[in-house]
Structures are given as structure tokens and as C-alpha cells.
Design a protein around this ligand. Structure first.
Ligand code: G6P
Length: 594
């Protein structure tokens, strides 16, 4: 993961770098650093912790003045989060920042740098020492020779005291953008590119760029000059604000009706990307990570119900290293908010190797997964800042419903009257999600009790089970309470031994005809002392506490209304526990390493 930034202009670089790092902080936030060429030498400041720590340290320095610099916000992979492992790293006249993983760094160290003194435990430091070792008087040559030796993924921004008019950039697998106007900026994503940029370049794998204030020249790793087309700026360059909400997560929970409305409108209203006409397959794969995987679990139920075609849902990290039974007639749907998740991107590539048609369901325009998929459905959640996803997950559900309806229509697997009813229901779903937000006060009260416990369980059946998985993830990632999700019927096969007097069990009772079975499972855990909180749109459930959810416009879409109280539960529990809700420990929003 990690975010990188570079600035080459006519004003002081440090404030721009710090500001850019704040925009990239979602990519990792355990340490950060910047390096500025001050007209004489490159000076570096690095700090463990948030960008604010770095910003205070930079303010105290009077030698960090210069128009050229690079910066980095880190999510530790090699070596703990501390000042010395933080980037930038330096060797001789070179200073660099890196996003990605150098997989062969140990070999490179042994072979080329046996006598070199390392000051960090990072894989990155190997790269800067290698460049320095290859350097006599030509930066580009030293960088290209080094780039050819590296295995893994890397976006690098490099400066050299001998060529202080240039930032050198290298890319393989990790994203890197360059904005040129009357100043140049480089960054891991568009949010940190200068608003003064007039031209935008997206670096491709295997490219090196030499970026001066006013232009970027591109090379391959053999230093042949490459012609490079500019890319479009997406509409989303403005910084997101909290708009009066205490946290981004709460704001984003409340933005869900709009995210769903816009996503549905884009695909049911047929305003833009017409969904593709593909032949009826024998099988469909859905591949994703984290919450996107949980959206996929709901998607499977909807697609199978409407098309009667078997759907396999797999986590991308498993799929990419399996021998998936995909071929030209098995579409692979990859769901990803960021469009940059390393495992999901690798899954797209793996599926394509096997000749499969790939669909990306992606929130970030022109992200890697969007660019590499055969077809893209953009979810319309807008920028999501909180690490724990809410509105992007809801938009993914909406996209999957639309896709399921589309498939049933083109393959003729469902009656037109049924499909028209479903379309109608989907068009109004956002209204019910808005109503569902009304449960906040009840969820806050439940959260107050939950905040003191060590463990919690979520159970459900069918869509309820998919929701239980998402609710459990949401709660654990931001409140640090240990929790697990189980298919309700599975609890008695072992886990029920953990139920004690007062253990909290959340029973997600979706309207899927299995409500009576859920009641039996509630009775089983109640009999062993659990305190059961039922999430249901039926008034019949017997539990200690019942959260009556708003019914969705169709039972197939119930995940969209029932997830709302569960998100609010996680949010308020984390708040009662005093957790850092938008930036939970050890996590990052965009997981660009495997
Ligand atoms: C991280 C985030 C999760 C997200 C997952 C997949 O773990 O914290 O919220 O669901 O990555 O991310 P993607 O961008 O591919 O949806």
C-alpha cells in the first residue's frame, strides 16, 4: 500500500507534500516522511505516526526550503512502523520513496550489496543503494539498470542531488500519476495531483519518467523514449469534507441512499454503460476481498435466484493462486471499491489468462481494475474516505442487483413481469434505505452495552448470513471487539461451546422463508445464556432485544436495509470505546500489496 507524492515547481515543496500526504493517508498511516532539495542538498524528515506528527516536525525545521521534493505515507510491510523504516530512504546523492513490495530484495542485497550498511529493515532501502551503486554520472541509466533487477511491485519517486530539476518515476504494478501544468506533481492517486495540473499522465507498467517542472519524458526500461498520451481527469478532484459529521464513516453511512440511487439510475435508467450482452454461461465466478467479498455473497444469492446459474464466490487471495475452473464461457466478476486491491487485480489477470470475460464492479474511475476489466460497472458511491466501507458496499449491492436482473433478462431465465417488478422495486430502494437510517438512536443504546464486551457473535441464514459476515467485519475492524459470523445452523457444531451467560449474539433474520429456523437458533443460544439481539423486519421474533428493520422494496434486496443498523452498531460501539473510527489500527483503505 503506501502513498507517494512528488512536487517540482517554483514554490516551497514541503507544504504541498504534507498536504498531498494527508490526501493519501487512506493508503497507510503508520509513519510518514518527506525529502526536499534545498538548493544545496536533500534534507529529510521522517516520523512514526500520523501525518500531523510529521507536519509539526517539518515546521520546526528551517532548512527544508526548496522547490523539489518527494514524500511518503506508509503501511508497514518490511520492518515495524518507526522513524528509521519510514520513507524516504537515502543512499549517496539519491533519495527515494516506494509503494509496493520488492520480492527479491534479500537476493539483491546478498548479490550486489554485501558490504553496504543498511539503516532500516525495509525492502525499499535495497533499491536506493542499488541505484547509487549503478551510478557514475547518469541518473536515468542507474535507475533503469536497477529497475530491471527488481521483482515485485513498485511505484518509485526518486530525486538526485546531481539533477535537482528532475523527479524520476518508475512504475510496475503499483499506480503512479503525473500532473503537469506550470508545476509538476506525481502521486499515487488523482486526489493528490495539483489542481493546477493541465495534463495528466497515468504511468504504465515498465515505464520510467523524467519529470521536470513543465514536462514529463517517458522511457521503457531500456531507455527508449515512449510516446505517451495524456489521460482524462475524472470529475472527483475536489477534497471531501465531513460536512458537520463527527466522522467520515457516519457521513458515508448517511450518504448510502444517494449512492444506491445513483448506482441504480446509471444501470436501470440505461443512462450510461449499457450492460453487456454475453452468452448464457455454465457458471459464474465472483471474486473480491473484505466487504466487497461480502457484497459478492449477496450477489451470488440474487444471481442464482434469477438466472439458476451456479455462482462461485471466492476471496481474491485464494482465487489467484488456485487453478480456477474458468474458461471463455465462465464470466468472472471482480468487485472492488478502490479498483486497486492487489489480490483482486491479480484475480482479473488470472481470469483473463484463462480466457474468461471479466467484469469489474468498481467505485474509483479509471483505477487499475476498471482499466483491465473487459466490462466495467462503476458504482456511484463517490469518494469514500473512512477505511471501513459502508456506502461503497451498499453501491456494490445495488450494482449486483442490477446485474442479476440484466442477466435474467438477456438469458430469458425469469419472467418479464417478475423482472419488471424487481426493476421497479430497485428504483425505489434508496427511499427504504433512507428510512432505515432512523434506527440510529436504538443502535446507539445497544452499542453502549456492546462496548464493554470482549466477544460477540453474528448469525444468519442466506442473505442474513452474508450480512452477518459483513456486520462482524465492520464491528471488529473499528471497535477491536473480537467477533465472528456463523451460518446460524452451524453454531451448534462447535462454537456454541463459547456461549456463556450474557454473551451477545446478533441474529440477522432476513425475510427469506427461514425465519422459523432462525427462531430455533435464537432459542438454542438463549437457552445457554446468550443475550440475543434480533435484526428483523418481522414482528414475530422472540429475542432479548429486537431491532425492527425497515422492509426493503423486495425481499431479495433486504441486505440493503438490514445492513444499516449493523453499520450504525459498529460505528457507535467504536465511538463508545474511544477508537479511531476513520483510521483503525493496522488497516488501510486501499490494499495494494498482497
Ligand atoms: C480493505 C478495506 C475494506 C475493503 C477491502 C477490499 O481491507 O479496509 O473495507 O472491503 O480492502 O477493498 P476494495 O477496494 O477492493 O473493495
Amino acid at each position: 500500500m503506501c502513498g507517494i507524492i512528488g512536487f517540482n515547481g517554483s514554490v516551497n515543496a514541503a507544504p504541498f507534500l504534507i498536504d498531498g500526504l494527508k490526501k493519501l493517508e487512506y493508503r497507510g498511516y503508520d509513519s510518514a516522511g518527506i525529502a526536499v532539495y534545498n538548493g544545496n542538498k536533500t534534507v529529510t524528515e521522517k516520523r512514526k505516526g500520523r501525518i500531523s506528527n510529521l507536519a509539526s516536525a517539518v515546521k520546526r525545521r528551517d532548512d527544508m526550503c526548496g522547490n523539489l521534493g518527494i514524500g511518503h505515507t506508509r503501511w508497514a510491510t518490511h520492518g515495524e512502523a518507526n522513524d528509521s523504516n519510514a520513507h524516504p530512504h537515502k543512499s549517496g546523492k539519491f533519495t527515494l520513496v516506494h509503494n509496493g513490495i520488492i520480492e527479491n530484495h534479500t537476493l539483491l542485497k546478498e548479490k550486489y550489496l554485501p558490504l553496504c550498511t543498511f539503516t532500516s529493515e525495509t525492502d525499499t532501502e535495497t533499491v536506493v543503494h542499488l541505484i547509487n551503486r549503478h551510478y557514475s554520472d547518469n541518473c536515468l541509466e542507474a535507475i533503469a539498470r536497477t529497475a530491471k533487477l527488481l521483482e515485485g511491485s513498485f511505484a518509485l519517486a526518486i530525486i538526485c542531488e546531481d539533477e535537482p530539476e528532475t523527479i524520476f518515476c518508475v512504475k510496475k504494478s503499483s499506480p503512479l500519476l503525473i500532473g503537469i501544468g506550470n508545476e509538476a506533481t506525481v502521486a499515487s492517486d488523482i486526489s493528490a495531483i495539483s489542481c493546477k495540473a493541465e495534463k495528466l499522465y497515468r504511468m504504465d507498467d515498465g515505464e520510467i519518467a523524467a519529470v521536470t517542472k513543465t514536462q514529463a519524458v517517458f522511457y521503457d526500461f531500456d531507455l527508449n523514449i515512449k510516446e505517451k498520451a495524456t489521460s482524462q481527469f475524472s470529475a472527483e478532484r475536489s477534497e471531501s469534507e465531513k460536512n458537520g459529521y463527527e466522522h467520515y464513516m457516519l457521513k458515508e453511512i448517511f450518504e448510502q441512499p444517494e449512492a444506491v440511487r445513483k448506482t441504480v439510475e446509471a444501470y436501470l435508467g440505461n443512462k450510461e454503460n449499457t450492460l453487456p450482452l454475453i452468452n448464457k454461461p455454465e457458471r459464474i465466478f465472483i471474486v473480491a476481498c473484505g466487504s466487497a467479498y461480502h457484497a459478492g455473497l449477496v450477489g451470488r444469492i440474487c444471481i442464482e435466484k434469477l438466472t439458476k446459474i451456479p455462482v462461485t464466490v471466492e476471496t481474491a487471495s485464494e482465487f489467484r493462486y488456485s487453478d480456477p475452473l474458468t474458461n471463455a464461457s465462465t464470466p468472472v466478476i471482480v468487485i472492488s471499491q478502490s479498483g486497486e486491491t492487489a489480490d483482486s487485480l491479480a484475480a482479473i489477470r488470472k481470469a483473463k489468462e484463462n480466457g474468461a470475460t471479466t467484469f469489474g464492479i468498481v467505485n474509483v474511475p479509471e483505477s487499475s481494475i476498471a482499466l483491465e476489466s473487459d466490462y466495467v460497472m462503476y458504482t456511484k458511491a463517490g469518494t469514500e474516505i473512512a477505511v471501513a466501507t459502508t456506502k461503497a458496499y451498499s453501491a456494490q449491492l445495488a450494482a449486483l442487483y442490477a446485474l442479476a436482473i440484466h442477466f435474467a433478462q438477456i438469458w430469458g431465465t425469469e419472467d418479464n413481469t417478475v423482472l419488471n417488478n424487481l426493476k421497479d422495486a430497485l428504483g425505489k430502494l434508496h427511499i427504504k434505505i433512507r428510512e432505515a437510517l432512523g434506527c440510529e438512536e436504538q443502535m446507539r443504546e445497544i452499542a453502549q452495552q456492546l462496548a464493554t464486551v470482549q466477544n460477540a457473535y453474528f448469525i444468519g441464514r442466506g442473505i442474513g448470513y452474508a450480512l452477518a459476515a459483513e456486520a462482524s467485519l465492520k464491528l471488529k475492524e473499528i471497535s477491536y471487539i473480537h467477533c465472528e459470523a456463523y451460518a446460524a445452523g452451524e453454531l451448534k457444531h462447535g462454537t456454541i461451546s463459547l456461549i456463556e451467560q450474557g454473551t451477545k449474539v446478533f441474529a440477522v433474520c432476513s425475510p427469506n422463508g427461514l425465519e422459523a429456523k432462525m427462531q430455533s437458533n435464537i432459542d438454542e443460544v438463549s437457552a445457554r445464556g446468550a443475550q440475543v439481539i434480533a435484526i428483523t423486519d418481522s414482528h414475530k421474533t422472540k429475542a432479548d432485544i429486537t431491532v425492527h428493520t425497515v422492509s426493503a422494496t423486495h425481499p431479495l434486496f433486504c441486505a440493503s436495509t438490514q445492513i444499516v443498523p449493523l453499520q450504525l452498531l459498529a460505528y457507535h460501539t467504536a465511538k463508545f470505546r474511544g477508537c479511531d473510527i476513520d483510521k483503525p489500527r493496522n488497516l488501510a483503505k486501499s490494499v495494494t500489496v498482497e
